[in-house]
Design a protein around this ligand. Structure first.
Ligand code: NAD
Length: 275
């Protein structure tokens, strides 16, 4: 597998396809990560709230891949926002992972009602200066939240991880990211599996002799996005990264563009989420 990567605004880069492990039990995560590494993944996306940092870390450490070739992301949970709490929570994540640094640390949600994401970001900047978080970013931030971070600290996140799939394409936010040098990472890239039976997707899949998941993942890649599909099934884990040997046509990209829907969001809206 010839993986591609995306340049980040801090001079580092991120492999474009990673394994997501939301809703993967701790003891299952180890095997899923090892299966992924075997078939060429070098990027894994976990979070403190997923309660599988231990299993994920065991999978990463148990494999034969040198640490400097891995890209490991974890996220700070909302309850731990605030400067001191963030530093403590980060230490706990690192220790559960069994690592001495992560490649990317994300603020999981802005949680605007707490009013703490700027203080949290200041702690993230310190963690980056210490080299324990090589890159720092955010998740589920709106453009207003991004601009507040940038104007109050002068440091833009390397990326914003947001819900993004063919039915919810986030064109305005992606445009705002591009203007600010922020990469876009797609969560629930397959629409939590719901998009795999979409007739437009299945038609394109049949035409190329590929699976619906491969078509959607290829669409994310060709759209310049970083993508983290989740699976614990070895054959699907392998299939989801076997996407570099074919290309979508302009007609395919156009047909998928048409699937965008104003009400296509599946997960919580960051502006109204109560956690
Ligand atoms: P997804 O869109 O990746 O879909 C996953 C589901 O699709 C799987 O449960 C499986 O049923 C199915 N699937 C996967 N590959 C398949 C294949 N090849 N063939 C058939 N079915 C297949 O959904 P997700 O888990 O919600 O999102 C991916 C990752 O994004 C998560 O694991 C997590 O790492 C991240 N995420 C982040 C946030 C956030 O707030 N930052 C929120 C949700 C998810």
């Amino acid at each position: 597998t010839q993986q591609s990567s995306i340049a980040l605004n801090d001079g580092r880069s991120i492999p474009q396809v990673g394994l997501g492990v939301w809703q993967v039990p701790d003891d299952v995560a180890t095997n899923a990560v090892q299966e992924a590494l075997k078939v060429g993944y070098r990027h894994v996306d976990t979070a403190a709230i997923y309660e599988n940092e231990r299993g994920t870390g065991a999978g990463l450490r148990g494999a034969d891949v040198p640490r400097d070739q891995l890209f490991v992301t974890t996220k700070l949970w909302n309850e731990n926002q605030g400067f001191d709490q963030t530093l403590r929570a980060f230490d706990e994540s690192l220790s559960r992972l069994g690592l001495d640094f992560v490649d990317l640390y994300l603020i999981h949600w802005p949680s605007p009602r707490r009013g703490l994401f700027v203080d949290t970001w200041k702690a993230f900047i310190r963690l980056r200066e210490e080299g324990r978080a090589r890159s720092i970013g955010v998740s589920n931030f709106t453009v207003e939240h991004l601009d507040q971070l940038i104007s109050e600290t002068g440091v833009a996140p390397v990326l914003n991880q947001i819900e993004l799939h063919p039915r919810f394409q986030q064109r305005d936010l992606r445009h705002a990211h591009a203007e600010r040098g922020i990469a876009t990472q797609s969560w629930s890239p397959l629409g939590q599996g719901q998009l795999l039976t979409d007739p437009v997707i299945t038609r394109i899949a049949e035409k190329h002799g590929k699976s619906p998941a491969q078509i959607i993942i290829r669409w994310h890649i060709d759209s310049g996005l970083v993508v983290i599909p989740k699976s614990v099934t070895p054959s699907r884990i392998a299939e989801n990264i076997d996407v570099f040997g074919f290309q979508l046509g302009a007609d395919d990209m156009e047909a998928i563009a048409q699937l965008d829907a104003a009400d296509g969001r599946i997960g919580p809206d960051p502006m109204t989420a109560t956690f």
